[in-house]
Structure formats: structure tokens, C-alpha cells
Write a protein that binds this ligand. Sequence first.
Ligand code: ZN
Length: 375
Amino acid sequence: MPRDDFTAATKRYLALRASHHCSLCKVSTVGPSDEKPTAVTMIGKAAHICAASPGPGARRYDPTTTSAQRSDISNGIWLCANCADLIDKDEVRFTADWLRRAKAEHEKSRKIGNVSGQGDGDIIAIGPSIVAVGSVQRTSPAGTRVQLAHFVEGNGRELFSFAEGFDRLPERDRYILLSELGFGNLLLRAPTIERTNGVYEVEFALQEHLTRISATSGICGMCIETGRMISGMEVLVQNFERTLGMARGTWFANLEGGSDLSDLYWRYKNSPWFARLAMKEMIRLSCLPTFRRDAKEIATPLACVNRVDRVEVPTFKLVDQHLSLTVEFDIEGLGPWVGGLSVFVSMPEQLEESRATAKLHADRIAQIEMTSTAR
Ligand SMILES: [Zn+2]
């Protein structure tokens, strides 16, 4: 009899909903590996509440359920390897009902933005590779203090090495973004990391707020679709959509520039994490200056946006490869603005292809520059 295994997507959602922590013993199921800098060790398992197939050793197998029910996400629970082993050794203690309750309680405790105050908080990004959920504890002219509830990407070791190796990081990577406050910035100096009872606290000072271009400064431009001259909010919306729709690494003149929205879409499609991470990405593009060799003045990609207050994704359905988003921005010279954006989402194969092409062009230009200076 075939096993009714979970699909890769179901496993991923179980892990995300459990925020990569074991639903029983609460240990983190993902961490760094010493094999290479990018390697991770994953000890999590999408375990079956009712066994995937009957037979010796199968626990809680329920013959009245269908194959589809057995491989459905409702029959899964995210566990560490030890706990996954344990629940399959003791059917008396770990009944199906008991496991369903444990799963529900764990997912509830991991819910973001709980109004009870028990919530983990909002997204906090520390540099490009650490994303945590946490809350702001204190903020004063001297600095800000945040508490991290758990990591979404990265881990404690990476956090310490971010602070430790701060001076060696590229300038553009030295930032903190706070979804709770809707903004972020480059750091003034290395952050201080403290760990008390397993909880990380990060204290830092942000650089001075960059003065944004005012929306009332008479910006005008040409509509890329109709060619007619447009001004005001119309130009801004077009700029927002273009900035968010240009994938990182696809423009040869600035391989570090661009947005991660398409990548996030494919990674977190149909999950509530997408809107949260899209908001973090918009904060990054609205608060961090563009790092370009040829930049004449300091500007932010999402010009005029002071703060990102809300990002909603009504549907994940793409229309002509465009995704509709509802956003609330605080715009310089205008104040709060709520509007809809239609953002181009590159297909995974388009991303791969345009990145390869951009890289090729950039390399070629670098080569030409080298030859001409050598002459
Ligand atoms: Zn466990």
C-alpha cells in the first residue's frame, strides 16, 4: 500500500506555521551548519498525526480516512527529529486528538500580532540575511532596543557575527528595518546584542533620517504605457510599481539594486508571510539609499515614501503577470496615502535568465573599463 506522504508545499507550510520550531519541545528545527557559510541544518519533520500507511509500526492509522485526508495539512504536525520519533513509539500517550490539540496550541502561540500581548510582534530585519519577529522595547535619541521572539531567517549565531563583523560588512548591508514602526535605516555603528534567558535583545542607533523628495515638488514624467505626460500621484504610483517590479540583479548597471518582491512571491505565495515580508522589502526600498557608483545624490528607490504603514495582498492570483497590492504609505509633502499598486512579478525562469544576462553585461563592461584604463 502506498504511503500518503505530504507534498513539499505542505511540509513547507507546516514548518512556517510552526515558525520552524518543534510543536512539542519548542526547539528550533533549523540552524547553521559548519559545512560551508551558506549551509543549514534542518532537523524538522512534517510528522503524520494519523499514519500515512497501515502496517507494523504505523501509529494512529485510521482506515476510515481517505488518502487525500491523510496527506492533507490538517493531518500534519511540525516536530523535531526526536519528538517525531517519540510520538511514533507511544500511541497511548500521543493520541491523534492530543497531537491535534498540541499543534493548535503551538500555532496559536506562534501567531504574529496577537492582540493579547502574547504575540511575537512584527518583522525586524537585521542586514540582508537575518529576519526575526519581535517588538520594540524602547526608543530614545540615544538608540532603540528591540526584543526578538524568534527567527524567520538566520539565527543567533548569524546575529552575533553581524555585530562582530560589522565593520567588515559592505555599507549597504549595515541596516535594521522595523515593520512595527514602518521604517528603518543604516546603522550608525555596530549593534549591541544581549541574550537573557534565551531571548535576544538588540540595541542600536540608526543614522539620521534621509530627507525624502517631496511629492509636491512638481515631479512629472511620461506614462510608460500611453506616452502622455503625467504628474503628481500618477508619476509616483508608476515609480512605485516600476521599483517594486524590477527584480534585484536584473539591471546590469547596478547588480545590487532592485526588489526582492518576485523572489518573495514564489517563496511565500499563499502564505501570510508574504505580505509581512513584502512590507519589509518596501521599507528597505523606501529607507535605504540607492548604492550606485554613478549616483549624484543620495536618494531612496521608493522616492517620497517616509514610512510604510500597511501592506495587504487581497489575492495571490496574477493577472498578466501582475500582482495587486493595497498599501498605506506616509508620503513626504502629502502625508498618509492609501492606494492600490499593480506590480510585475517575474517568473522564476525569467529571473534566472535576466540575472544571467545582466551579469554578463556587467562583466563585459568591467572588462572594457579595465582594458581602457590599462592603455
Ligand atoms: Zn521536539
